[in-house]
Design a protein around this ligand. Sequence first.
Ligand code: TPP
Length: 534
Amino acid sequence: MTKKKMLLMGDEAIAQGAMDAGASGFYAYPGTPSTEIMEYVQHSKMAAQRNIHRTWSANEKTAVEGALGMSYAGKRTMSMMKHVGLNVAMDPFVNSGITGANGGCIVTVADDPSMHSSQDEQDSRILSKFAFIPILEPSNQQEAYDMCFYGYELSEKYMTPVMMRVTTRLAHSRSGVEVREALPQKEIKLPEDKRQFVLLPSIARRRYKGVLETQKKLLEESENAGWNRYIDGKDKSLGIIACGLGFNYLMENFDGECPYPVVKLSQYPAPKKMIKKLVEECKEILVLEDGMPMVEEDLRGLLDRDVKVKGRITGELPRDGELNPNLVALALGLKDVEGQPVPKIVAPRPPKMCTGCGHIDMYNAINATVKAKYGDGHVFSDIGCYTLGAFPPFEAINSCVDMGASITMAKGAADAGLFPAIAVIGDSTFCHSGMTGLLDAVIDKSNIIVFIGDNSTTGMTGGQDSHALGRLTSIVKGLGVDPDHIRIVNPVRKNHDEFVKIINEELEYNGVSVIIPTRECMQTLRRKTKDAKK
Ligand SMILES: Cc1ncc(C[n+]2csc(CCOP(=O)(O)OP(=O)(O)O)c2C)c(N)n1
């Protein structure tokens, strides 16, 4: 019988792999390059037939907690996020390392080295290691698919969550993937130890000892499971440790036949025996990792005396930015192909707000009032399409740090005496992590104006449903903002004067004002109109 093959992006391979491996629920908040995992599940017939849970969560913390609850109930589950999302979810993520899992629990994190669409460059492997959670790092789409089956088995065998770590290029590139017969979902089965998930100090101390013990077994798994491999080579002048996608790049340079011995590293804790063998056999070691020099640092140790280790720390590879086949070639002393002229097929286009976007009218009104009267430096923004207000012609915002930080930073600046202190946030980001900051401001009666740009969607990541839909004003009221200072405005050009008047009135008020410019995103509106015509 011929095996069935599908053409899948890395993200899709993970989604299909998890469903085929019997997952009962997916929990995620959108973020590039992880968004497509949930979108694939949401559009999948199989997910609908199997009644797999597949709705967006309010943020990554609630996603990881939701998945942990499903694991508690004995079913296989996955939470998905981009790397900065893991920062938001760190509390449940780290503690889930101690509670452990019941049903198979995979936390998929897509890192974005080179910051193609992120505010920083992090390596989630370091955070997983910190949480004692084993890591699977596929080197291609097929492995991403297969690792879902193994990941759930590993998770259930050692009762631990497992991280699946990918980076942008793997998440977003396609390849043929051989798929397997789908496994049935698990039945509800509560944890045998009824106190497993109760992290009271006395229980947590006991569990922590257990987690430390389990690390030895996880190391053995890493040596033997087959994802990590020692591949011998004739030329022992160099040994290479190729992590995740780095292995793919390495093989690309040698058409599959590398002359040097290689440790292919796709499962952590890193396999000590294999690496020891490589270090003993080879004169020098080159470490290829897409992200931070985690393995390289571990290998050098504090004193860096015995082994000649080359990589991102020593400059054979750049310290920041994503890995690619050309950088690997240069580190190996091969030909530089980057210098070749690249045909200019796509002209570079700096990002800008869409024509007709409501955020444009919001910034025109803010600039006509706050900036015109008080100058620059008063507007704390957040992460979303409106962050483009940093660029000309607006140059309207002065911060963008992390999701939710607009309101809390405006509050802190107001606490310091800055007037006016303005926050700009989107409806999705507000529900993600703006609500608690607004509550702080209400409790402290801070003198701030918060603009919640309500375009009825999560625009920046491609238009996923926003939790604010149909309930934004009630949430703001419920958090205690005086209804007289909740102002709704339709941000269109003809309402500019009304918008300006509202802002000027709220500047007069000493307390928390919330102004909600409300108009649907141009892109989702266009999509809906197009669909209606079909
Ligand atoms: C912690 C974290 N999770 C996810 C993202 C990806 N992301 C960037 S902006 C955004 C939400 C944008 O929606 P909204 O606030 O409604 O603004 P819009 O783009 O619709 O104007 C998301 C999910 C991120 N940057 N950080």
